[in-house]
Design a protein around this ligand. Structure first.
Ligand SMILES: NC(=O)c1ccc[n+]([C@@H]2O[C@H](COP(=O)([O-])OP(=O)(O)OC[C@H]3O[C@@H](n4cnc5c(N)ncnc54)[C@H](OP(=O)(O)O)[C@@H]3O)[C@@H](O)[C@H]2O)c1
Length: 272
């Protein structure tokens, strides 16, 4: 398969969905700029791939490091025609027990970095399109959580609601600028995400899980079609479609029931 893209910048390429996106783009011949904090893992990925790979170590919870990535996106010498805003994380648990500094980092990585990098990429790509007719693309990895009332995941879900909303609006704004924009909304996907979020998934049924490689493949196809939003996986798609038709009161009740179940489980394991 030949890729639609010459060079992609992928954030969060050291693990999970981002790593799969990088692998699939490279397999189709797209050169890469891979971004994350873990340089060793990025170098290992570079060694594995048969395309040109630049490693750019950056902590996207720091504004000055987000700006380094903005500068790379604007560099005309080795132009980037695809931005994948994939880096992200969450922290489970009751809102008042969340550490405020960590919650702020969740917002910076999941929202501020996504916004600033999308803005920098859109600026450069739309100017290039006007000059040369070359198209650009922005793939923002959001989450189904952004569509839910999600107690015990309040901050993370709010950040993903932002990502989905921003993406759908700029999808329309940038259509005439030759820039495709897709928001991807995965459901539960087997990566390091849940462990980093300190969420116990031991009683989650196996059918709930998606595979990171499938999520990556579906995401790249959706961007190629310039689809504004994609819920990945058949079951997620069905649930996503149903949940959008449910009254808000029903979604709130479902969120409350899930929270009560989670809190009861947490209390039971604390006392056993
Ligand atoms: N897995 C799921 O169930 C699921 C469901 C819906 C949506 N998502 C979304 O999918 C995206 C990818 O997550 P994943 O599931 O692949 O999880 P993952 O395996 O934990 O990967 C997260 C990636 O984000 C990077 N990252 C985290 N904090 C960062 C920071 N401060 N600066 C730079 N990079 C940072 C990590 O790299 P370093 O640690 O090397 O920095 C890593 O490469 C996220 O946006 C997540 O919200 C995941």
């Amino acid at each position: 398969m030949t890729s639609s893209w010459n060079r992609a910048l992928v954030t969060g390429a050291s693990s999970g969905i981002g790593q799969e996106l990088a692998r699939q783009l490279a397999a189709a011949g797209t050169d890469l700029v891979v971004v994350a904090r873990d340089t060793e893992r990025l170098e290992a990925l570079k060694a594995e791939l048969a395309v040109d790979v630049e490693v750019l170590t950056a902590d996207l919870s720091e504004l000055t490091q987000i700006q380094l990535v903005e500068h790379r996106l604007a560099n005309p010498d080795r132009p980037i025609d695809l931005l994948i805003n994939n880096a992200g994380f969450g922290r489970g648990g009751p809102f008042i027990e969340n550490d405020r500094e960590v919650a702020t980092d969740v917002m910076t990585v999941n929202m501020v970095a996504v916004l600033r990098l999308a803005h920098a990429a859109a600026e450069t790509m739309s100017a290039r399109y006007k000059r040369t007719g070359q198209r650009g693309g922005i793939l923002n990895v959001s989450s189904m959580a952004g569509d839910l009332v999600a107690p015990n995941s309040a901050v993370y879900s709010a950040t993903k609601a932002f990502v989905t909303s921003l993406s759908e609006s700029i999808h329309q704004e940038l259509a005439d600028d030759g820039v495709a924009v897709t928001a991807v909304l995965p459901g539960f996907t087997r990566t390091e995400f849940q462990e980093r979020a300190e969420v116990d998934t031991s009683d989650f049924p196996s059918w709930i899980w998606n595979d990171a490689a499938d999520v990556a493949a579906q995401s790249l196809s959706a961007l190629d079609r310039n689809q504004p939003r994609l819920v990945t996986g058949r079951l997620n798609k069905a649930w996503g479609a149903i949940s959008r038709t449910l009254p808000t009161a029903t979604l709130r009740a479902a969120g409350r029931a899930a929270m009560k179940r989670e809190n009861a489980n947490a209390n039971a394991s604390a006392t056993s």
